[in-house]
Design a protein around this ligand. Structure first.
Ligand SMILES: Cc1ncc(COP(=O)(O)O)c(C=O)c1O
Length: 374
């Protein structure tokens, strides 16, 4: 198989994305749509290729955070409906929504009026049922919907809300948000084709919250949102980070490695220099705490991770050679645990300096789909 000719890169298994969407769809009523959330460059996986893979897997909507993310998808031939999850605050943005057939999230009358001015536009109204982020306070939800209904240019396509605690073990506040949302939905059931409340965690938690659409991010990338939701369905992580060995040396006992000498060898130790560092998105906070994979063996990373390189102790792999490929990360959950963060942040942390190489159905690695600039 062709090997990529790079110092370090991200491999995306598009078959895993397709399979994850199919798996998640099986949990839904056939009439319930799956919106694949591909914001932030598809959580670092590459938005255009992932969007196409999710559609192949059965997603019929896409969710992005910004208008530019939506435009990138449109300019690369994606035609399914796209919801912009972020706010619309400027007239030029409303114009772009219209031009690129993107559907905005409307959380207040100001946004609604801004959108009304550009002519006919399909929109989703958002209620804040307890996230305290975007959305009209649910207590004012009914009045808000009625006022927006008076704006003749706006086609009400969706009413939605976002869960704040669906990945916590205590589901009690999810019930509160569901009840608040349901109270408004029950008054306007025939006014919107789509009602949506669930992220991945909500979707796994309770089918009665699926309504007519779910907005799924983390699950399509192959992760359960919390340990207690793991194993409910088989999901495959789609992103792997790889780099190469650029030099091998043997250091005598007592030799310090990297800045600050925060690792010192106890014995004569073979060390490999690996071509990835914190400027690529390998967090410096992982220094001396993480293991990479080389020739199917785990090898400990040693010494402070530097901007472009880091070192590993390759005692377990005497056959290692310069040019060998090192698997730096294939499970974001492990890093999230060490870094006291969440897999979402780990996945979004790999920088553009790492090319995204796409793998699909026995095809060799291919360069990423080109991005057409506005
Ligand atoms: C409004 C909204 N819906 C859905 C999602 C998808 O969430 P998840 O990745 O947990 O499935 C997100 C992600 O943050 C979001 O902001």
């Amino acid at each position: 198989m062709l090997q990529p000719n790079h110092r370090a890169w991200v491999e995306i298994d598009l078959d895993a994305i397709v399979a994850n969407v199919r798996t998640l769809k099986q949990l839904l009523h056939p009439a319930t749509a799956l919106m694949a959330v591909v914001k932030a460059d598809a959580y670092g996986h590459g938005a255009v290729a992932v969007a196409a893979a999710t559609i192949e897997g059965g997603a019929s909507w896409l969710g992005v955070a910004t208008i530019d993310e939506g435009i990138e998808l449109r300019q690369n031939g994606i035609t399914v409906p796209i919801l912009v999850l972020g706010a619309t605050t400027a007239a030029a943005e409303a114009q772009a929504l219209k031009e690129y057939r993107l559907q905005p999230t409307i959380s207040n009358l100001g946004e609604a009026e801004l959108c009304q001015r550009v002519g006919t536009l399909a929109v989703h109204l958002k209620l804040d049922t307890g996230m305290s982020r975007l959305g009209m306070d649910w207590r004012q939800g009914a009045g808000f919907i009625q006022k927006v209904q008076e704006l003749s240019q706006l086609q009400l396509v969706g009413l939605y809300s976002h869960l704040a605690t669906a990945d916590e073990e205590d589901a009690s506040f999810v019930r509160v948000q569901h009840a608040r949302f349901e109270q408004i939905v029950s008054q306007f059931r025939s006014d919107f084709p789509y009602f949506h409340l669930c992220n991945t965690a909500g979707m796994l938690l309770d089918p009665s919250m699926h309504y007519t659409m779910v907005r799924v991010g983390l699950g399509i990338y192959g992760y359960a949102p919390a340990p207690h939701l793991q194993g409910l369905v088989p999901l495959q992580p789609a992103l792997t980070v790889k780099a190469r060995i650029s030099q091998i040396k043997t250091i005598p006992p007592g030799t310090g490695v990297s800045y600050g000498h925060r690792f010192r060898s106890h014995t004569t130790t073979p060390i490999a220099v690996v071509t990835i560092g914190y400027a690529d998105g390998l967090p410096r906070g992982l220094s001396n705490q993480v293991q990479f994979r080389l020739h199917d063996q785990l090898v400990p990373q040693v010494g402070t991770i530097t901007m472009d390189q880091c070192m590993v102790d390759i005692t377990a792999v005497p056959q290692a050679q310069v040019g060998d490929i090192v698997t730096v990360m294939d499970n974001a959950q492990n890093w999230a645990h060490i870094l006291h963060t969440i897999p979402w942040e780990v996945l979004c942390g790999f920088k553009q300096r790492l090319p995204r190489l796409l793998r699909q159905r026995n095809k060799n690695l291919s360069p990423p789909v080109s991005k057409i600039k506005r």
